[in-house]
Design a protein. Structure first.
Length: 577
């Protein structure tokens, strides 16, 4: 009887013992992406306060860390090295100092830093130094060192919080070679994200046995360039096709996203994107119940938190006071004067003083026959009066080089045909839209109400032409002559000034549009600048001292009786004017 009673007691105690081994843990994972230099609540370009920024993220982060001590993971997803003058200052003007992007990452105690395409654009001397200055691991599983065949960066990192093992696998869009000159990424190659994800999920599962696997991808949800066996934006494809990920935190396409999809094993995968400029932060809550090493239950939910109007962390600001003052002094230096206010708003509706200023400077700097360029910022203004260093970041947003290329007249026309087809509707009646609009893209920082990316809306200088908005795609552009009235010949080879993004195949205007094979673009380049294009534009304005920008009026939309009223209507829709 005693033996039976003892066995009964032991049997009844098993659930209590088992229950004692159970542990429920809640983790929070925060992600920023495409910060683009928005560290402090001051817009160095436009000399005014800025919403969002890492200074407000710091406030939110402090609150979350206090709510969940030792249970927070902070991830940064790339494109942090370019965007504001403060980036340029630390990248190129005072590179001997610890990069401000590394300083911010270290101050906020990020747990991992992923690599972005605009980080790559700064070149080896800048991003290699920055990577060494960051205390957290810099990730990039599909960035391959061609000498060794192994990842150039750390493929993944393991982060442990409250007994939970989290693996973070970092990747970048493999489309980098389509946009950037090879000298910027020399010695590297970029693997397809789906194939690379399969390999590294298998490796991580086998070698690390994590409780959670997170993808940290600097690549958009879907779409973009599809060429040479890879997709530019493959985050959704990886989530669907590669089992093992619990969540994929992505970026690159600057679009807010928070959704769950079902993968090929019928399991849910969370996908989140905070968009850009540190105006939002992804906040993922993971609740795990374990019994010993076995996971009994796991829930993962994400939200996008708007931090645009949150309180600024004054301690964060105090820490960086000297850095901010130094950059303001440099950025506010006068380099010239302009007698008129110009804006990129005009660039979408015809020949404009803003875009033509860039065109004319490109022609002057290179000695080319023809210039091609787009409004790189959707709604930028260069105000009448003094021009400062900071104003140059409105005039020219990116650190592209300036190329001179050999293109035939036919290739130039086809390039422009594709550009205007991305930009302009085919009007069937006088009441139609003249612009190719998309209501869903109004809050998209790269399309802003247009169907396609505005930085691919190339116009030309050096030629006189019309764009007939009643004609079908591929037949809108009619090149009448060179700017001096001499004949334009489709069989003749011309010297053409373009930025390096375009010259390397960016936007596919030279490849899909002009019909030049991607691998043949390099041999078309006659000359390329040593410094970035903004540097030369600034030097040219300094040399001139005084500028009076005016539209070249070398092209227009026709028929004008349809185009002019349609422009007024669409301008009001896009800009509220």
């Amino acid at each position: 009887m005693r033996k039976t009673a003892l066995l009964l007691v032991l049997f009844l105690s098993i659930p209590i013992i088992m229950q004692a081994k159970k542990q429920t843990v809640t983790l929070r994972i925060l992600e920023t992406s495409d910060v683009h230099g928005c560290f402090f609540p001051w817009d160095f370009i436009n000399k005014r306060p800025m919403k969002g920024t890492l200074a407000r993220l710091s406030t939110y982060l402090n609150n979350v860390r206090s709510e969940n001590p030792d249970g927070v993971i902070l991830l940064e997803n790339g494109d942090i090295l370019q965007g504001q003058p403060i980036n340029y200052y630390y990248n190129y003007i005072s590179p001997e100092k610890t990069n401000i992007a590394a300083q911010c990452i270290n101050y906020l105690k990020y747990d991992a830093q992923n690599w972005g395409n605009h980080d790559t654009e700064t070149g080896h001397p800048c991003y290699d130094k920055w990577g060494k200055e960051i205390l957290a691991p810099v990730l990039g599983a599909n960035v391959i060192d061609r000498k060794t065949g192994k990842p150039y960066l750390k493929p993944y990192t393991i982060i442990e919080r409250k007994g939970i093992k989290v693996a973070v696998i970092g990747m970048i869009t493999p489309a980098v070679p389509n946009w950037l000159a090879e000298n910027l990424w020399s010695g590297l190659s970029f693997e397809d994200m789906v194939a690379s994800s399969r390999k590294w999920v298998e490796t991580v599962r086998k070698e690390e046995k994590p409780d959670i696997i997170i993808g940290l991808f600097h690549a958009g949800l879907s779409g973009g360039i599809s060429a040479n066996g890879y997709d530019e934006d493959a985050s959704e494809r990886v989530a669907k096709e590669v089992p093992g990920f619990d969540a994929i935190l992505f970026g690159h396409d600057h679009r807010v996203y928070n959704n769950k999809i079902v993968n090929c094993e019928n399991k849910e995968v969370l996908l989140c994107n905070p968009a850009s400029n540190a105006q939002n932060v992804v906040d993922v809550t993971i609740t795990i119940t374990k019994s010993g090493k076995k996971i009994i239950s796991k829930t993962i939910d994400g939200k996008i938190v708007d931090i645009r109007n949150m309180d600024v962390d004054n301690k964060f600001m105090a820490h960086f006071t000297k850095d901010i003052e130094d950059v303001k002094e440099w950025a506010d230096r006068k380099i010239g004067t302009t007698d008129t206010t110009i804006t990129t708003r005009d660039s979408f509706f015809g020949s404009s003083a803003f875009t033509d200023l860039v065109h004319n400077l490109q022609l002057s700097i290179t000695g080319a026959d023809i210039s091609l360029t787009a409004p790189l910022t959707f709604n930028a203004t260069l105000a009448k009066g003094d021009i400062t260093v900071a104003d140059m970041f409105n005039l020219y947003k990116f650190e592209n080089q300036l190329y001179t290329m050999k293109l035939s007249g036919e290739e130039i026309r086809k390039h422009l045909e594709m550009s205007y087809d991305l930009w302009v509707n085919t009007m069937k009646s006088p009441d139609d839209h003249i612009m190719l609009l998309d209501n869903a893209s109004g809050n998209d920082n790269q399309r802003s109400g247009f169907k396609n990316m505005t930085f691919n809306f190339d116009s030309a200088a050096g030629i006189i032409y019309t764009v007939d908005v009643t004609k079908p795609n591929g037949s809108k552009v009619n090149i009448i002559s060179m700017a001096d009235g001499s004949p334009f010949d489709e069989k003749k080879i011309y010297k053409v000034a373009v930025n390096s993004y375009r010259g390397n195949g960016g936007g596919e205007l030279l490849t899909l549009g002009a019909g030049i094979p991607k691998e043949k673009l390099d041999e078309r380049i006659i000359a390329r600048t040593e410094h970035d294009q903004r540097w030369y534009l600034m030097k040219e304005i300094e040399r001139l001292g005084y500028i009076s920008p005016k539209a070249n009026n070398n092209w227009k939309f026709i028929p004008e009786e349809w185009a002019k009223p349609a422009i007024e209507r669409d301008r009001k829709i896009i800009f509220g004017e």
